[in-house]
Design a protein around this ligand. Sequence first.
Ligand code: SAH
Length: 466
Amino acid sequence: MGYRQYHPIYLDLTSRPVLIVGGGNVALEKLETLLPSGADITVVSPTAAPDVQDLSANGALRWEQREFRDEDIEKAFMVIAATDDPGLNARVFKLGEAARKLTNSVDDPVNCNFIMAAIAHEGPLQVAVSSAGCSPALAQRVRKRIKQEILTPELGALAEFLGSWRDRVKAALPTYQARKSFWESVIESPIPGILEREGVEAADAAMANLFADHRPHRVGHVTLVGAGPGDPDLITVKGLKALQSAEVVLYDRLANPALLNHAPSNAPLIDVGKAPGECGRPRQETIHALLIEHARRGRRVVRLKGGDPFVFGRGGEEVLALAEAGISYSVVPGVSSAISAPAAAGIPVTHRGLSTGFAVFTAQGASEAETVPWEIAAGMPTVIFLMGVERLPNVVRRLREHGRPADTPVAVISRATLPEQRQAIGTLESIESLAAELQSPATIVVGEVVRLGSPELTRVLEGVGA
Ligand code: SAH
């Protein structure tokens, strides 16, 4: 390498003391590039070119009309030796170098610890060209071509426009990476063209749109929220808070629609729970895809599900799909109808002296192979069936087949916790006819605890659990 490898930087010289030794035309040439930088310039020289004198008279610089003194170096941030005396220039450099100042001796690369570049600029865009002292004339030629062919006034205006958005973008996108790819997408968007053709106002509007819409690097999140059994007051406080800050809500048929009023008014509300049999009910995979898509757009997604999300709510499948897609999620448990529907009918699922435990089953296995373990179900002190009102005869028959006596108390509670709540209380023998009118959703409870929900049956209980 026959030349030095300089390290290019852009210095902030605003109000920083710059000393120029010499006041002739060479100094004037350096002044042209230094003055716009806002440096605090002192020229030390017994004589000065008329233009330098004018600049001094205008207050653009300070001219000290005297010989250079060694101690002049001390206060300077940057020193430029621009006299026509090579010996003096070399001496200034040696002093500057010794004091670790940025020092340049004009046209004398050996006596410099920095050199100046040929500059092309357009608004805030600046291109500095150096030939490492090999050919300043060539560097000037390159500078000129950059200025004519690349640094158009439109680019300068674009740089200024983007600069006006910097603080807002920085506040909204916390990481350097996020900002970097955001700016790349802006530069590739139609916004530069809009600025050029329609001006700043139109570009500002387009930018605001893009900004509101395009937050790919804000991390989305899905919260599965249990909505409770029906009464909208039975959502948890945590679930309510999640709903209040949701940016999109996907809700089920069983989640009370009144809860949706808590979502922000601009959050889209997506119904993914048409009743079974109604056409157009989204498949589970479609729900997964929607959750993933909205989360990937950086949104806070609330998946509002009836009861508790993990009790026959396919919540488990949803979190598996989210995990597989690499999407963060959390689960806010809910009040499950399995326990609250009996409670709403005055039936505790356990009771001292009557029931030491309960089991919850679906009356509808996903397939014939996945049926209820009837033997276990029949043997439980309390057994609860969800999704079973249409299958009540089957439930009764199976429990009887597996040894549960005909006089075992049974309750069917429909639309529990809602104003339309209805219930039937009887025995395995009588329940089918008593519950014939009851509609889905309904919960079936079997076991001695059911007596607690019925005034007549309770009388039989005197002394139990006391
Ligand atoms: N994840 C829900 C259950 C979903 S399966 C939960 O934890 O509650 C749907 C079944 O729940 C219905 O078929 C019905 O058996 C029961 N269910 C839901 N809401 C109900 C209500 N308000 N009253 C009675 N049973 C209800």
